[in-house]
Write a protein that binds this ligand. Structure first.
Ligand code: PEP
Ligand code: MG
Length: 575
């Protein structure tokens, strides 16, 4: 075995020795204890220690990757404080007089298996979190320190079956050259973390990963999604050359990132950032963002333990919008539901949460959630260029209904003599196929569109965006998705409205020439992709992009489209 194929999860080439991560299985025996109170005290101590470690993991992650990625550790802490879990463990220790390790392991395992039995990707991930936090607490109880972080002494490529979020985050990132995991998909924690840190990664590489030994020389090719084990000198030289040219291009792209994104024949588009918090502003500005195309407001809710007040929301929105001056900042209203849950907002239990009461559907049912956010946005938009965008619009009626609530809020604020942005631009996300089909009608009732290809793809292809089994179908490069994008852009332009795109696709080099050719006006992406996107746009002509788009739309598969762009536009390569 020399070459292993997996899912490309984070760009770049990493070369270095493999470090195998596999924690020792904890062996927990069950035995009788004499003093249940003393046993409980031991547990309380271990729980406190675990809480402190999770707080540390939260802070490290927040600083390195932002609040969104860090939230997992708050969620784990809540799990360990869950009154139901604690009562069940206590009851077993007291009534059966058994050691707390056994009581905790069995109780937590039964909670996790119940979640898993529901066969829902999101809940399975929560089951994994329960196991992760339980394992951490058990290690503290048994005073075992075999955390992977303690083994990482020299720069290495981390090889694992899968990595738990807490394992990943506590690694010394200066020593992590790349990641290779057997499990996981493009949205797994390792992938998200690797992308936000700019560390090359291949995930979902399967059983062959088991044959890699610690110390093997590895190459992780995060663009091609392959891992080469013990390459021969010639191959190694080639990869080293590629690594070097990627580095040079990165430096060159960064040096141009504050210039406008203008094609060689003078067509200008906007390149803006996707952010989720006030902390996200500076990295976006540094990367050369010309504004914010998607402020995922739900992340401001996720950072907390209770509902933010109107005033708190106003402060956050205003800080972000003011930081960009007269450049646009698009605030998306609360998009909870689907795979995004907020502990203090009661969501209905649904068979198909992605098809259920999500985003504006929930907000319309819950004016106590919706109205303070709309009021805060109207107030925060005074004197800057804040725009408002509604997610999960399926029909014209949806827009009319949310606009009516917005008007109600405006009326109230004016009555209260508050300063508001009366002329704020209102847009919608096009992420449900019905909205794409009705784009001509929708363009009449809004100022702009932003295409959400993450959801538009999953709903068009009927392929859950969080399920690795259907990852190929859930790719935005499906011809059907490109055709819908064209429909949307043409319909909006026919009525003089502009169109952005804020799904992951906007930052994918292979997609950019097609989107440019289809006439997309605004590209909104994770900040690390901005310098590369601008560099690419500045190196090709609009004319060429139009030709590529026209032909690409006649191709018949995801793979054909990717290969075609690769062939026609060599500038998409970063090396
Ligand atoms: C999308 O669906 O493409 C999008 C940008 O929104 P989110 O990923 O938050 O659902
Ligand atoms: Mg979406």
């Amino acid at each position: 075995m020399k070459e292993i194929s997996g899912i490309p999860a984070s760009y770049g080439v990493a070369i270095g020795p493999a470090l195998l991560y596999g924690r020792e299985e904890l062996v927990i025996d069950t035995h009788q204890v004499e003093d249940p109170d003393a046993e409980w005290q031991r547990f309380e101590q271990a729980r406190e220690e675990t809480g402190q470690q999770l707080d540390q993991a939260f802070l490290v992650t927040q600083a390195e990757c932002g609040a969104e990625a860090a939230e997992i550790f708050n969620a784990q802490k809540l799990m360990l404080d869950d009154p139901e879990l604690l009562a069940a463990v206590k009851n077993r220790v007291e009534s059966e007089r058994i050691n707390v390790e056994a009581a905790l392991l069995e109780t937590a395992e039964s909670f996790a298996s119940q979640l898993e039995a529901i066969e829902d990707e999101y809940l399975s991930a929560r089951a994994a979190d329960i196991r992760d936090v339980t394992s951490r607490c058990l290690r503290n109880l048994l005073e075992v320190d075999d955390s992977p972080a303690s083994e990482l002494k020299v720069p290495s490529i981390i090889v694992a079956q899968d990595l738990t979020p807490s394992d990943t985050v506590l690694l010394d990132k200066k020593l992590v050259l790349g990641f290779c995991t057997a499990g996981g998909g493009a949205t797994s924690h390792t992938a998200i973390l690797a992308r936000s840190l700019g560390i090359p990664a291949v995930v979902g590489a399967g059983e062959d990963v088991g044959e890699i030994r610690s110390g093997d020389q590895l190459v992780v090719d995060g663009d091609a999604g392959k891992v080469v084990v013990n390459p021969d000198p010639e191959e190694l030289k080639e990869f080293k050359n590629r690594q070097e040219s990627i580095r040079k291009i990165k430096v060159e792209a960064e040096s141009l990132s504050h210039q406008a994104a203008i094609t060689t024949d003078g067509h200008r588009v906007e390149v803006v950032a996707n952010i989720g918090s006030v902390d996200g502003v500076q990295p976006a500005l540094d990367a050369g963002a010309e504004g914010v195309g998607l402020l995922r407001s739900e992340f401001l809710y996720l950072e907390r333990e209770s509902l933010p007040s109107e005033e708190e929301q106003y402060q956050s929105y205003k800080t972000i919008a003011d930081a960009f001056g007269q450049r646009p900042v698009i605030l998306r209203t609360l998009d909870v539901g689907g795979d995004k849950e907020i502990p203090y907002i009661d969501l209905p239990v649904e068979m198909n949460p992605f098809l259920g009461v999500r985003a504006i559907r929930l907000c319309q049912e819950r004016p106590e959630l919706f109205k303070p956010q709309l009021r805060a946005a109207l107030r925060a938009g005074y004197g800057n260029n804040l725009k408002l965008m509604f997610p999960m619009v399926a029909s014209v009626d949806d827009v009319l209904k949310v606009r009516a609530v917005l008007e109600e809020c405006k009326g109230e604020l004016l009555e209260e003599k508050q300063q508001i942005a009366e002329e704020m631009e209102i847009g919608i996300m096009i992420e449900i196929p019905s909205a794409a089909v009705l784009a001509d009608q929708l363009a009449e009732v809004v100022d702009f569109f932003s295409i959400g290809t993450n959801d538009l793809t999953q709903y068009t292809m009927a392929a859950d965006r969080t399920n690795t089994q259907v990852a190929a179908l859930a790719s935005g490069f499906q011809p059907a998705v490109f055709r819908l994008i064209k429909t949307v852009i043409d319909a909006a332009h026919a009525q003089g409205k502009w169109v952005g795109l804020c799904g992951e696709m906007a930052g994918e080099m292979l997609a950019i020439p097609i989107l440019l050719g289809l006439g997309l006006d605004e590209f909104s992406m994770n900040p690390p992709a901005i310098p590369f996107a601008k560099r690419l746009i500045r190196s090709i002509s609009h004319e060429q992009a139009r030709e590529v788009a026209e032909e690409a739309l006649n191709l018949r598969s995801d793979q054909e489209i990717r290969e075609f762009v690769q062939k026609m536009v060599p500038e998409v390569n970063r090396d």
